[in-house]
Write a protein that binds this ligand. Structure first.
Ligand SMILES: Nc1nc2c(ncn2[C@@H]2O[C@H](COP(=O)(O)OP(=O)(O)OP(=O)(O)O)[C@@H](O)[C@H]2O)c(=O)[nH]1
Ligand SMILES: [Mg+2]
Length: 304
């Protein structure tokens, strides 16, 4: 864990801190909860599974506490190298996290062979069961789901929430605080994350890709910010969208460039909303055959 403790952050008795990993199946609502806990949108959210690809760090701070929340990709059986790298973001929690939040969809009883339980066992960390989507499931069903999960795994606590409307989230925060050890603030208390702006920008473009394109296209794309310049209160950004195959390039660009133009407009709005600044965005499409299988490319895409 890259953590820096400066003199001013030196540990004081009565101050508590820790790293809390958010894990669960794809689409359980992990990123929605992460953003609710932090009170701002740091992680992208879509209705499609496997939206999150990296581990994203966000800092919650108040006078007495600093909690580093770690949003992670949904737990799956990996089918290709990118998915293996995504799963490593989860398994690394074993050494990096103090506590896990296991987020589940309150509408669904766990399956017998759920890969999530194997992962939880391997992580071997104290876990809080968080039954989510209470607004959709209703209390009765959520209670049934809670009991079913509690029979499958040992949890130190359980909480029911709706990450979308925020109900139950402050109780969850209180629960988390009970289990944090005394410790220093690892990061500046007014800092929200230590990830670079380029990362957030590429994620916001990827979110728009998920919203605009169908089927396998969003899963076949990576986004790299290749240039980022600040000038006179405006950000000048160039980003390339990398696709898996040549045939996907045409789909991405659309008739007379119409689809790529729409992607550019939507992404620019999302980026400006995030930065609070004007944005000039240029998008390029690049073909890198089977990038999802290539170690060297995945390294440049931020995986170790
Ligand atoms: N109604 C309702 N929808 C929710 C709730 N929490 C999340 N969602 C929706 O569920 C979908 C998936 O949410 P995400 O936060 O992206 O889920 P995730 O677990 O991060 O998904 P991956 O990153 O793909 O693993 C989105 O459409 C959310 O709006 C909730 O409490 N209630
Ligand atoms: Mg997510």
């Amino acid at each position: 864990m890259d953590s820096e403790v400066s003199d001013t952050d030196a540990h004081q008795p009565g101050h508590y801190s820790g790293f809390v990993g958010i894990v669960g199946r794809p689409n359980a609502g992990k990123s929605t909860l992460f953003n609710q806990l932090l009170g701002q949108k740091l992680s992208i959210i879509t209705h499609k599974a496997q939206t999150t690809r990296h581990r994203i760090q966000g800092f919650y701070s108040d006078d007495q506490y600093q909690i580093v929340f770690l949003d992670t990709p949904g737990i799956i059986q990996p089918g290709y190298l990118l998915q293996e790298k995504m799963m490593e973001q989860v398994t690394r929690l074993r050494t990096d996290a103090d506590l896990l939040l296991h987020l589940v969809d309150g509408r669904w009883i766990p399956e017998e062979d759920d890969v999530v339980f194997e992962t939880l066992e391997a992580l071997s960390l104290p876990s809080v069961l968080v039954v989510n989507k209470l607004d959709l499931a209703g209390k009765e069903k959520a209670q049934e789901v809670l009991s079913a999960y509690s029979r499958k795994n040992r949890y130190i606590e359980h909480v029911m929430i709706s990450a979308l409307d925020g109900s139950g989230v402050s109780d969850l925060l209180k629960t988390i605080k009970k289990y944090l050890p005394e410790g220093p603030a690892y990061f500046d208390k007014d800092q929200a994350s230590d990830l670079p702006m380029r990362f957030f920008v590429s994620e916001l473009i990827r979110e728009q890709l998920f919203l605009l394109y169908q089927q396998e296209i969003p899963y076949s794309c990576a986004v790299n910010v290749v240039d980022f310049q600040e000038e006179d209160g405006k950000d000048y950004i160039q980003a390339e969208i990398v696709v898996n195959r040549n045939s996907q390039k045409g789909i991405l660009i659309g008739k007379k460039g119409s689809k790529l133009k729409e992607l550019g407009i939507n992404s620019r709005q999302a980026i400006s909303q995030f930065t609070g600044r004007k944005t000039d965005l240029r998008l390029f499409v690049k073909v890198r055959d089977k990038w999802r299988e290539k170690e060297s490319f995945l390294k440049s895409y931020g995986y170790k």
